[in-house]
Design a protein around this ligand. Structure first.
Ligand SMILES: [Zn+2]
Length: 263
């Protein structure tokens, strides 16, 4: 079956080395690629991954336009890219319409790196523009190895955002909020939002993970690795080994992602 990795990162060749070194230090983790596109493609081949989605994050409003131009230029198989926006961006509607008109299907936002909380009402224009242009939004969710408690997002805040904007196509990385599985179970399981699998395998027991996927609905779960921060080959094998039916693995590995990328 085809495999789509919905959560990967690479950097322009010129800055890849420095970016990897500084992120490794910040998170006290080790990268599994050299941070370049060709490094990612090599890792994909080794893992049997056909398509990957690159998720750039703007850490200042000034970076948004250049990141989005770069994303548009590099939005081609086997690594598609989505766009970026910053909570302090002045004209969200202009940015989201640029993203949509230039063939990017979504944007990524990161509460820790971008210092916002998903329940901040000043961000409503971003959500409204995403709905208007049918752009999905993928959030980093919950704890992040590079930051300390308290974290700016949690399952209850995302659930509240979903209640306020039910039409917003929302994807939560790290299965809804990294390591906050009890709250994920209480506040998110069953809602009409997508949960992405990176950094869940190995942090939650396989049987529990499979149970939550079944209860949430495998039609709302996306395979993602957060490469270079996880080993793609191992992640693929771990999902293959989960106690789930083949049709559920097909949904998770590619069918759900295909729908989002082609809509
Ligand atoms: Zn990531």
């Amino acid at each position: 079956m085809p495999i789509i990795d919905f959560h990967t990162h690479y950097f322009p060749d010129k800055i890849a080395r420095d970016a990897i070194i500084s992120l490794e230090q910040k998170g006290a983790i080790k990268a599994f690629t050299d941070g370049t596109r060709s490094g990612l493609e090599k890792s994909m081949s080794a893992a049997g991954i056909d398509i990957a989605v690159n998720l750039p994050v703007a850490t200042s409003p000034e970076q948004v336009d250049s990141i989005n131009r770069w994303a548009v230029k590099n939005n081609s198989a086997p690594v598609f890219s989505i766009g970026s926006i910053h909570p302090l961006s002045k004209h969200p509607e202009t940015i989201i319409s640029f993203v949509g008109k230039n063939g990017l299907r979504g944007i990524k936002m990161h509460p820790e790196y971008q210092e916002f909380s998903p329940d901040d009402r000043s961000l409503d224009p971003i959500w409204e523009a995403c709905i208007r242009y049918s752009i999905f939004i993928i959030f980093h969710a919950g704890a992040d190895v590079a930051f300390k408690m308290p974290f700016r997002s949690n399952p209850a805040k995302f659930a509240e955002l979903h209640r306020r904007f039910p039409e917003l196509k929302m994807i939560l990385a790290h299965f809804g909020s990294w390591t906050q599985w009890d709250e994920v179970e209480k506040d998110l399981i069953g809602l009409d939002i997508f949960l992405e699998t990176s950094f869940t395998l190995g942090f939650m027991e396989d049987a529990k993970f499979a149970e939550l996927i079944r209860r949430h609905g495998a039609d709302k779960v996306l395979f993602g690795t957060d490469s270079p921060w996880r080993n793609q080959k191992k992640e693929v094998e771990s999902i293959r080994n989960l106690p789930l039916e083949d049709f559920q693995k097909e949904l998770i590995f590619h069918i759900n992602a295909e729908k989002l990328l082609n809509s």
